[in-house]
Design a protein around this ligand. Structure first.
Ligand code: CO
Length: 185
């Protein structure tokens, strides 16, 4: 297994909508294993393919180390479609692509989604609480949306200088990253 570098805020891949997976090749299965390894290595509870520069609708989840995730096995979600969202709650979120920044985000409390697993079997499942939140955060990634886009413009202004530092790669983290090549605005 290989640990993949995580793309930091500023990279265009994080602003791009990922494509549906039509068929899974052996390379894709290896890629999914690498995604799990990468997530574990960076202590993440979720990772979307965009975050490692691959524009495919694949995300991995592992909340087993979290207090609310005891006994929940890590799993992969391919081509997710949100069918239903209910309720709302606020929780502080962070993101491996935006290290050091945490902020309260309002999301649905309960979601019903349709997705494929690594064998391309279709599932229709309902998730709530932390799992629902992580899944929605990662589905946002597949749609080119970052959690900071859910914040008020006032809050985003407050974070501006920190975000610029991340764009420049001026962050202290213990996992390997890809810094944006884009020019700073
Ligand atoms: Co994220």
């Amino acid at each position: 297994m290989t640990t993949l570098p995580i793309y930091l805020f500023g990279n265009i891949e994080l602003k791009t909508v990922a494509k549906k997976v039509v068929k899974l090749y052996p390379d894709d299965l290896q890629f999914i294993k690498n995604m799990f390894e990468t997530m574990k290595n960076s202590n993440g509870i979720g990772l979307a393919a965009n975050q490692v520069g691959v524009l495919k609708q694949i995300l991995v989840i592992d909340i087993s180390e979290h207090e609310d995730g005891e006994g929940v096995k890590p799993f992969v979600i391919i081509n997710p479609v949100v069918k239903k969202q209910q309720g709302s709650w606020v929780m502080e979120e962070g993101c491996l692509s935006i290290p050091g920044i945490r902020a309260d985000v309002e999301r649905a409390e309960k979601i019903s989604i349709k997705y494929l697993d690594e064998l391309f079997n279709e599932h229709h499942k309902t998730f709530s609480g932390l799992l629902a939140r992580v899944i929605l955060h990662e589905i946002d990634h597949l749609n080119g949306i970052l959690f900071i886009e859910h914040l008020t413009s006032k809050k985003r202004k407050e974070l501006r200088s920190e975000l610029i530092n991340i764009k420049k790669g001026e962050v202290k983290i213990n996992y390997s990253v890809v810094v944006s090549k884009q020019k700073l605005e």
